[in-house]
Ligand binder design. Structure first.
Ligand code: BGC
Length: 421
């Protein structure tokens, strides 16, 4: 045990402070409760969507991907040869860095949608925030997260409200909205694999969440005669996890304290903040040189951490905060343990689904993954793989495969419209 390990243990921020079995069992238990409609920290939202071989070809759909960082729009259509994405447009997500109210949000978004309605009347809307999907495929906003500020939207039927505003702006034809969570779009939009035993859509980017294919008979809180249905877990809200002191600090300073606790321990917009709080306390406890610039560190995200790990002595924020080699060592260890802890939690999240569904036995379970924190922070990705190898493959004999693809969320959003007969 190094000094850094002792320091982290004192603040319950060490990877060993997470009890693997206990957390895994709590995760599975909350999945079950959420599906039964009992009190649970996991929302387990039914989507009324399944995975289908059918796809309507030749029809253009407007795909909207409203994420924690970016907003993307484009027309998607499928043919025998593949898919086409046209008139692609991307900007910063509405409400990021500039608080908006509901009407401003609807006004700006409808302005962006309007020009596309000359080519389509159907919108697949990938919405990266908690929302309840109604059987008519519209959705009700439950809250915003990931430090996106749009007030007064709770309870809003997104599709219905956008239709109202579009109508006020002169659109006469009906516009059909199909709302889906981004993890659901990820699951639907990933590469099609012949032989899989289960399907998961997982996002580890600015925020985190997981969707998976569940037997409808296990979703006891609804009545529906489909065989399988995709469930949006809202896994970033899992709350039966032991927070460390720095996790609590970051939570208390966030826009919504006591919400999305799991997300605040593992995802891009928060993990950097947790690391920064850890570094600052470590400085006060003399684990860094007094000449270091730890206290001057501005807030940073996981991109800054990845840049440091790629070039420890380069021209970057975290490297420049270190004064000497011993500072680099402390910095490295703090980051390493933070990534180790996040990887442990991510593997628990994924293994809980594998065990709960019984997947990964006859063939690998497919996990389509999106998100910069997973794809750009390779040391974290490798640690996740190592945990899954040990826990899922060696201990439980389950196989899995990670997949990714181009334009996954845009394609998944269009498929939500076009796979419906
Ligand atoms: C939201 C989820 C979303 C996830 C990943 C979370 O903050 O609650 O709905 O899927 O971020 O974008």
């Amino acid at each position: 045990m190094s000094k850094i390990d002792d320091f982290l243990k004192k603040y319950l921020q060490h990877p060993d402070d997470i009890d693997y079995e206990e957390t895994l069992n709590a995760f599975i238990e909350d999945m079950d409760k959420g599906l039964n409609g009992e009190e649970s920290t996991l929302m387990m939202i039914p989507t009324y969507l399944s995975v289908s071989d059918y796809i309507q070809r030749g029809k253009k759909v407007l795909a909207i991907d409203a994420g924690g960082t970016n907003l993307r729009l484009g027309l998607v259509s499928f043919s025998e040869e593949g898919y086409e994405l046209s008139r692609f447009y991307k900007q910063k997500m509405l409400g990021v860095g500039e608080p908006l109210d509901k009407e401003q949000f609807l006004d700006r978004l409808s302005d962006l949608i309007l020009p596309y309605l000359d080519e389509t009347d159907s919108v697949g809307f990938c919405f990266s925030f908690p929302s309840e999907i109604t059987p008519d495929k519209d959705g009700i906003v439950l809250s915003f997260a990931k430090e996106v500020y749009i007030s007064g939207c709770e309870g809003m039927h997104i599709g219905a409200e956008l239709s109202r505003v579009l109508h006020e702006k002169g659109v006469e034809k009906p516009v059909y909205f199909y709302l889906l969570n981004d993890t659901v779009a990820t699951l639907l939009g990933g590469p099609i694999i012949e032989n899989t035993d289960g399907q998961i859509g997982f996002i580890l980017g600015t925020g985190t969440n997981t969707a998976y294919l569940e037997k409808t008979e296990n979703i006891r809180k609804i009545e529906n005669d489909s065989e399988n249905m995709i469930i949006n877990m809202e896994s970033g809200m899992f709350g039966r996890v032991k927070q460390g002191y720095f996790d609590q600090l970051v939570d208390s300073k966030s826009a919504k304290p006591n919400d999305h606790l799991f997300e605040k321990m593992i995802s891009g917009v928060y993990l950097g903040k947790v690391i920064r709080e850890t570094l600052i306390q470590a400085f006060y406890e003399e684990l860094f040189n007094t000449n270091s610039r730890i206290l001057q560190l501005p807030e940073f995200d996981m991109a800054a951490v990845s840049i440091y790990l790629d070039d420890r002595h380069g021209n970057n924020l975290l490297a420049e905060a270190c004064y000497d080699e011993s500072d680099h060592q402390s910095m490295d260890e703090i980051i390493d343990r933070a990534l180790e802890r996040a990887a442990k939690l991510v593997s628990i999240n994924l293994l809980a689904i594998i065990l709960k569904t019984g997947g990964g036995k006859k063939a690998p379970i497919q996990i389509v993954v999106e998100g910069s924190t997973f794809h750009k922070c390779l040391p974290l990705q490798n640690k996740i793989i190592a945990y899954l190898q040990k826990e899922a493959v060696e201990k439980y004999g389950r196989q899995y495969r990670f997949d990714q693809g181009e334009d996954v969320n845009m394609l998944g959003s269009a498929k939500a419209v076009l796979c419906n007969k």
